[in-house]
Design a protein around this ligand. Sequence first.
Ligand code: NAD
Length: 293
Amino acid sequence: MALRLDGKVLAKAVEHRLSAVIKEHQSGIGRPPGLAVLRVGDDPASAVYVANKEKACARIGVASFGAHLAAETAADAVLGSIRELNADPRVDGILLQLPLPDGLDERPLLEAIDPEKDADGLHTLNLGRLLKGESGPRSCTPAGVMAMLRSNGIDPAGKRAVVIGRSILVGQPMALMLQAANATVTVAHSRTVDLAAHTLEADILVVAAGRPGMVGAEHVRAGAAVVDVGIHRRPEGGLCGDVVAAEVEPIAAALSPVPGGVGPMTVTMLLVNTVVAWCRRHGIDHGLDDLIV
Ligand code: NAD
């Protein structure tokens, strides 16, 4: 039976560490770290995600800021809100909740976020820093996957890693992080021919295709570590991932569950980026280097 890569347990442990860092330095700095979540429109899933992020902030002592703008807000007004948050000294991390309503182009808005406050790690400058191995906020989902591998003693160095998916949100930064950790990385995508021929070579398989149940026993090499990034609502209720867990569990050495795997770690890495930015702004040694890949 595969080792369970439990994101919920790890998220809790990381939250404890963040909370301790905040307690130690808050009185010296004179304020807690601040995370601003900017939401535009009424996407129902976003409402749940934003509420979860605000709850996570409250648990560890990060102050929540931000705004909920109407769906018909003009791009200029959203830009104005981002600029205000950039200038707000209480705010260390800014997140623009996606998706935006139709008609709003997310690219110039994401680029307007101060790169040092880019809690999601998706600013072009920060993706460039990742590419060059320079420090900066990292994309939360792949950084969460790296933390899960590390905390379970899975060292990518010298291993063959396959990432399914090449999005800017997950697949691309994931491949860069695994490569930076000295894995030999293959990126598979929707135009890959004979996917299984690639995935069967993987010691570490990260699945981020957004296709429910697309990875089964026929894709997984015995003893591989499999991380399921996909998350889908089943028509009959409940959540599932891109991996058929029941098929893969008996073959893999390790598997992340859905729910309770990558999801909780994504929110936690948002907090890590915020707390680290707070420390950096005040020249404080945060001791969280193992979480910053
Ligand atoms: P996306 O749609 O932007 O990208 C999907 C990628 O998968 C593309 O690069 C595409 O080429 C590839 N792909 C699609 N079908 C494929 C196939 N049959 N074979 C090989 N490759 C294929 O999605 P995304 O934003 O990268 O997200 C991927 C999944 O991860 C989604 O289910 C999303 O909901 C989930 N996700 C979860 C978290 C989390 O916190 N757990 C965070 C981000 C994304």
